[in-house]
Write a protein that binds this ligand. Sequence first.
Ligand code: ZN
Length: 64
Amino acid sequence: MTRRDRALMQLAQAETRAENPEVREHIRAAREAIRAVAPTGLQECPACGRVGVPEQIAVHDCDG
Ligand SMILES: [Zn+2]
């Protein structure tokens, strides 16, 4: 996993835990900015926001 992938995953976790809508919006914008610079090939679960390789997302324990 690259540092960029790690950053995206950390941001995804932060977004799911942030309770302030403005904070969530900033996190979401940061993730989009990172992704725009360099696509990762990672997939995001639409239900819980978890980010990982497609094989992981397909089998993850979803809490969304
Ligand atoms: Zn999920």
